[in-house]
Design a protein around this ligand. Structure first.
Ligand code: SR1
Ligand code: MG
Length: 416
């Protein structure tokens, strides 16, 4: 049966797993163990031995953020493990090495990434990550393409979808928290400053914005394009200046690709608008803001480039395969189909980015980028700017010609 491990149980448990014990080295009594989980859902233990370190992540039967009143299935750790396996196959350099999965205890043991830190914390500190765009574009292109109909045979995709189709409760969290609650009166909704009371009320009566949120929700419910990470915000990415890892895919399921791309872009725009709350003097983070926008531009541009390159070399998919378009003018027809596909993905990503930004300001679960701004007036100014761009991305996303135009809108909003 399931039991939640305590710090005191961890060494005895891991000592029985040869690959882990070897990785840690020395004797179990020498292993240093600490619980470090600061996310919304799980327990996370770091275990360090004389030779190396591992992380043990265990699901709780309830939502850590709220407590036992919000039960949550342990099976989410199964989906997380399965997603990590798939992602490690597609983009091994950006997924932590897995040592062990225990379905009964709902836990996974993986490599301890050290000295990596959570990207969100680095963005708050104002640290530049020169490889971030390159690495995340690769991670998303490789994982999304490989699990789409373009990258695998239809029969395999159908079988694989069946493996993830029960991740119902975690999808439900996204359906409610990202697409519904910020646009209605809901129990968990909160905002940190009364300065936002009027804005929050206006959002709840904004027909076009509400409609956009619901249409994105419909996409999330009905478009099984690829195995998506499902929670690819800056708290699910670990970085150093030279390495990048995507972690925590417990929300994984077959959904719209734009949801992953949008989660990342939306969280980078949140980081962008929160910089005014972290600068030591007005303007001191100007160049960092520019770096965030440059990174956003590179992520989309490189993602688009790499996704198309994978497509042009594809031979496993059953649809829009290059082999079908070999004669005379036919490659141009494939290029036109690719342009249309990538354009739709771009507009989807912008919409999802906006929804993810809105939920982090008006919904249940917030982000440290904004929450750590102490001055409530300044925080509210940052939040209002972020909400303004979020609405634009959701309601008028189709009007942006390219990612540079989106960044121009972000710059204009920041200047107001
Ligand atoms: C109720 S769980 C809140 C959020 O934490 C996770 O990181 C997901 O983003 C989820 O929506
Ligand atoms: Mg998480």
């Amino acid at each position: 049966g399931y039991r939640a491990l305590k710090e005191a149980d961890v060494a005895a448990y891991l000592a029985e797993i040869p690959a882990v014990a070897t990785n840690l080295g020395g004797q179990p009594a020498e292993w240093k163990i600490r619980e470090v989980g600061d996310g919304n859902l799980n327990f996370v233990f770091v275990i360090e031995g004389p030779r190396g370190g591992v992380v043990l992540k265990q699901a709780l039967p309830y939502l850590r953020l709220v407590g036992e009143s919000w039960p949550l299935p342990l099976r989410r750790s199964f989906f997380e493990y399965q997603a990590l396996v798939v992602q490690a196959k597609a983009a091994p350099q950006h997924v932590p090495k897995l040592f062990h999965f225990d379905e009964t205890l709902a836990l996974t043991v993986m490599d301890y990434l050290n000295p990596h830190i959570i990207l969100r914390k680095g963005l708050i500190r104002g640290t530049v990550y020169p490889k971030l765009a390159d690495h995340m574009a690769t991670f998303m292109a490789e994982t999304l393409f490989a699990t789409s109909d373009l990258g695998q045979p239809a029969a395999e995709k159908k079988k694989h979808m069946a493996l993830f189709c029960d991740n119902i409760e975690l999808c439900r969290i996204t359906e409610d928290l990202v697409f519904t609650d910020p646009w209605r009166v809901a129990d968990g909704n909160r905002w940190t400053s009364p300065q936002l009371d009027f804005t929050a009320a206006a959002v709840r009566t904004d027909g076009p914005w509400k409609r956009a949120a619901q249409e994105l929700k419909l996409k999330f419910l009905s478009e099984a394009q690829a195995l998506i990470h499902g929670d690819l915000h800056s708290g699910s990415i670990m970085v150093t200046e030279s390495e990048t890892y995507a972690i925590d895919p417990e929300f994984a399921f077959y959904g719209p690709m734009g949801f992953d791309v949008g989660a990342l872009l939306g969280n980078l725009y949140l980081a962008y608008f929160s910089q005014s709350g972290h600068e030591t003097m007005p303007g001191s983070r100007d160049s960092y803001r520019d770096w965030i926008l440059k990174t956003i531009e590179s992520i989309w541009t490189l993602f688009d480039e790499r996704f198309r390159a994978l497509w042009n070399n594809a031979h496993a998919g059953d649809v829009l395969a290059p082999a079908l378009f070999l004669n005379n003018q036919e490659p141009l027809a494939l290029k036109a189909a690719q342009d249309a596909y990538m354009r739709r993905l771009f507009v989807d990503a912008l919409g999802f980015a906006g929804a993810k930004m809105t939920r982090r300001i008006l919904g249940l679960a917030h982000v440290e980028d904004l929450e750590s701004i102490v001055d409530p007036d300044l925080r509210a100014r940052c939040e209002k700017r972020a909400l303004k761009l979020a609405r634009l991305l959701m309601v008028e996303g189709g009007g942006f010609t390219d990612i540079k135009a989106v960044n121009d809108a972000a710059r204009a909003t920041q200047r107001e």
